[in-house]
Design a protein around this ligand. Structure first.
Ligand code: GLP
Length: 242
């Protein structure tokens, strides 16, 4: 069943998400955690860093990131590798060998995607997956129209996603046209899923995802079918829900 939690503010939402992760880590110290990038998860990572300073250890967890831009090197400031180091991994005690992020520089993409799926399986599958929400309803980089049965693959970004993410780049032309992303099926197989959405710009995608029809035109709508998914929203993102 899908659960909806509405928090007063972005800060409260971030704290709640961190608390859920902490609880799951208490139950299972070697948690397999799926991670998201984007601006929404930054508050959550700040909170995790704060908790680490107060003693919470991440030394036994394994992480899998959802996606990476295709063609961006690890050292590129807009790459998700760089983002994860800067916003989380550099500040906690996670073991580098336990970190997994798709590699946007690989030559053989197909092989890399199959390998990514294999490593997730070998780790025992994802226990808890954190998701953001695209303003077009995408999860990871699974754009509208992505088949629900998809696994890790290369995807062409839609114009609307390129526009949304252009704010992080110097100019729109610098946004890569492709990305490697876990597929919708990959995400769906996580035992628990927490989707974070904050702000008015996500309100429409939230309504379509939780209240509308389950359709591949709104990738996040599939979460209605998941047995343990939570939409964690702030008031603005929930503003169009009845
Ligand atoms: C990006 C990421 C997604 C993220 C989404 C929302 O395109 N690939 O994983 O959820 O955008 O980003 P933001 O949180 O910045 O709105």
């Amino acid at each position: 069943m899908m659960k909806i939690i509405v928090k007063e503010s972005y800060e409260d939402l971030s704290k709640e998400a961190a608390k859920i992760i902490e609880r799951e880590m208490q139950k299972k110290p070697n948690l397999v955690l799926g991670l998201a990038t984007g601006s929404t998860s930054i508050g959550l990572y700040k909170e995790l860093i704060r908790m680490h300073k107060e003693g919470l250890s991440f030394s036994q967890i394994t992480t899998f990131n959802l996606d990476e831009y295709f063609g961006l090197d690890f050292s590129h400031p807009q790459s998700y590798h760089f983002y994860m180091q800067k916003n989380l991994f550099d500040h906690i005690d996670i073991k580098p060998r336990n970190i997994h992020i798709p590699d946007g520089m690989v030559k053989d993409v197909k092989k890399h995607c199959l390998e990514y799926e294999k490593v997730i399986k070998q780790a025992g599958g994802i226990d808890l997956q954190i998701l953001g929400l695209g303003s077009n309803g995408h999860i990871g980089f699974n754009e509208p129209g992505s088949p629900f049965a998809s696994r890790t693959h290369l995807i062409k970004l839609t114009e609307s996603t390129i526009e949304d993410n252009a704010r992080f780049f110097e100019k729109k032309e610098d946004v890569p046209s492709f990305a490697i992303t876990m597929g919708i099926q990959t995400i769906f197989e996580a035992r628990k899923i927490i989707l974070l959405a904050s702000g008015q710009s996500k309100a429409d995608a939230v309504v379509k995802s939780v209240g509308g029809q389950i359709t591949s035109q709104v990738p996040a709508s599939i979460l209605q079918k998941h047995s343990n998914s939570v939409f964690l929203l702030d008031k603005a993102a929930a503003s169009q829900l009845k």
